[in-house]
Design a protein around this ligand. Sequence first.
Ligand SMILES: O=C(O)C(=O)C[C@]1(C(=O)O)C=C[C@@H](O)C=C1
Length: 298
Amino acid sequence: MEFIDRREFLARTGAAVAIGAVASQQGIAESAETPTEQAVGTLGPAGSYSHRAALQVNNQVKFYETMFAAADAVSSGEVQAAILPIENSIQGAVIDTLDILEDRDLYITAEVNVEIRHALMAQSPDFTKVASHPEALAQSSDYLSREYPNAEFHEVDSTSAGVELATTDGSVAAVAHPDLAEKNDLELLATDIQNVSNNVTRFIRLETEPATEGTKSTLLLYPGREPPALSSDVLDILRDADIDFTRFEARPSTKALGDYVFHADFEDGDPEAVIDAIEPAFDWVQYLGTYDLIMDCR
Ligand SMILES: O=C(O)C(=O)C[C@]1(C(=O)O)C=C[C@@H](O)C=C1
């Protein structure tokens, strides 16, 4: 798919310039007058994959150093919504986002799929360290360990934060979207370095109120049993309720070893009826929203 440059996008739509404390570091103007409550918050600085996903739903983007900070900005009303990665086709679940879904009173109101193609960039080929988001380093681990077995790997808050490091430190290379090389005067050393060429990350939009309609719904399920319920026990309950579950993830409940909170997505079911059917089998069931896939950039 074709991603358009953010400034080009804003110029085309005639929208206000995107805002963000970190945006200025990438040379993108800030506008103090822009009402941030209309913006979406996401992981910055500018040029992160989260930024690319956010532009698919809103042309005003505010950047945060962590996904937790972006989610908190929704709760406090600083921004209207947050766009966060939840699942990658190579690395699986994005744990920070699953934790945010458990800990914050927010709803999923949309999802966006974005193709992820990583590139390696630096001031010159003579670098000794590679900096990037841990997910991006893991998604490119085959290439990096094969071509740069002696490099030191440095985890930073986002791929674009890695690019910022590479622009100020000649010993650092970054793994990020290839567009960021030219924008930051870095040499593009390799493209398409992800372990599997078909690399896609699914992002969700989080808001304080649920959407009124959609084809997919997400629930958190806590069996609260002693001894703890197994995934197979929970799957049996869901199967017996005859619901078309499309994703099932277990996260530690933090109460005891082997005790889990389950994240489950299902399609084409009435969430109220589904909750009524399965609720008696659980200690608690939390509704996380009903939503549609609004952009599939693959
Ligand atoms: O670091 C970024 O650019 C991000 O937006 C984060 C993130 C992630 O957490 O998965 C998003 C998409 C890619 O899978 C790699 C990194």
